[in-house]
Ligand binder design. Structure first.
Ligand code: 5GP
Ligand code: MN
Length: 320
């Protein structure tokens, strides 16, 4: 039986679920989790939402009607639905014991997902996990209307860069069209999603862009966010979102690297134009992601991280 049908039937047959997505959730993680909550509501199921690191400030406008727990609930669920987690570790530490003992639906679209679930539906061609939740809703006869539509749409636009990236497929746009037909207004939705930054954020980003550099004959662009800059400007890791895409679109650049100093090590984000596989680079350093967007953490200081990443990306460029 096709997996989609099998999962749809299993969701219909089960009673209670804990739904979660990866830590430091992005628009796909949050969108797919909230959409799954709405879908299970529509089916009359008992649902708890969980994310170990909580809802980031830039998504507070979503104001979900159901609390997203940052601790495990006292009442143990029978089923876990794990969304957008390319590996079990991405789900966080608190949930790890339950991943071994519960019935786990691993629903994801990352390359190299190690199939840690009881049931594993990993669709690398799907633009986003939100698109996969939308497919499930269709299969279960639940229309993508109201909040369910909004949450799926948030996931679609987040992971496709507003329908610009390679992962935008005809099915993605057909799903977006269906959501618009059912009433979502893209203009106001987009304004709400984007209007979350402060002036200090823009100014900090301006400083980072001024310090951006090119390497490998202009094929690599690099930006760095230091803790010192965050302190000076009253900003933080949240304010870095998406800037790596800006430096990818310098003429001639094939790969953009963003490095962010964290308490432990350097968080790296990689973006590439079509031909270069940055997932392969991230994977070498224990990270992961997709062909054109990947990330991970380096346990070293900023200077070492710069040298390490520039070298690794240069090697990958030579292979592609
Ligand atoms: P970002 O650069 O926006 O943090 O992430 C880009 C892509 O890489 C996303 O698909 C994300 O799930 C993946 N990614 C980011 N950081 C990590 C990591 O530490 N480990 C793994 N496995 N994937 C990551
Ligand atoms: Mn995703």
């Amino acid at each position: 039986m096709p997996l989609l049908k099998q999962i749809a039937e299993q969701l219909r047959d089960a009673d209670n679920f804990l739904v979660l997505a990866h830590i430091s959730p992005d628009g796909d993680a949050l969108g797919s989790m909230l959409a799954m909550g709405e879908l299970l509501d529509a089916l009359g199921k008992k649902v708890v939402l969980f994310n170990e690191s909580g809802i980031p400030l830039r998504f507070e406008w979503l104001a979900p009607k159901r609390e997203i727990l940052t601790r495990l609930p006292e009442e143990e669920p029978d089923n876990l639905i794990v969304l957008d987690c390319g590996s079990a570790e991405r789900a966080g530490e608190l949930i790890a014991p339950w991943l071994k003992t519960k019935n786990v639906f691993n629903i994801d679209h990352h390359l190299g997902n190690p199939m840690f679930g009881t049931v594993n539906w990993v669709e690398q061609r799907a633009s986003s996990v939100g698109e996969m939740v939308g497919m499930l809703a269709r299969k279960l006869g639940v229309p993508l209307v109201g909040l369910l539509g909004e949450y799926v749409y948030l996931a679609l636009i987040s992971d496709t860069g507003d329908f610009c990236f390679n992962n935008t497929r005809p099915e993605t746009l057909e799903m977006a069209a269906e959501i618009l037909r059912l009433g979502l207004l893209p203009g106001p939705f987009h304004e709400q999603k984007q209007s979350t930054g402060k002036l200090s954020q823009l100014q900090m980003r301006g400083t980072v862009l001024q310090q951006a550099r090119l390497y490998a004959d202009g094929q690599i662009s690099l930006i760095c966010f230091t803790r010192e800059l965050f302190e000076q400007t009253g900003t933080g890791p949240e304010d870095t979102e998406g800037l790596v895409n800006t430096v990818l679109y310098v003429n001639g650049v094939q790969v953009a690297i963003s490095l962010r100093e964290e308490e432990q090590g350097i968080k790296f984000s990689l973006r590439s134009k079509s031909s270069t596989n940055v997932q392969a680079v991230a994977f070498r350093f224990g990270g992961g992601g997709h062909r054109n967007a990947a990330g991970g953490t380096l346990l070293m200081d900023m200077e070492q991280a710069k040298t390490t990443m520039i070298q690794a990306v240069t090697e990958e460029l030579a292979n592609s």
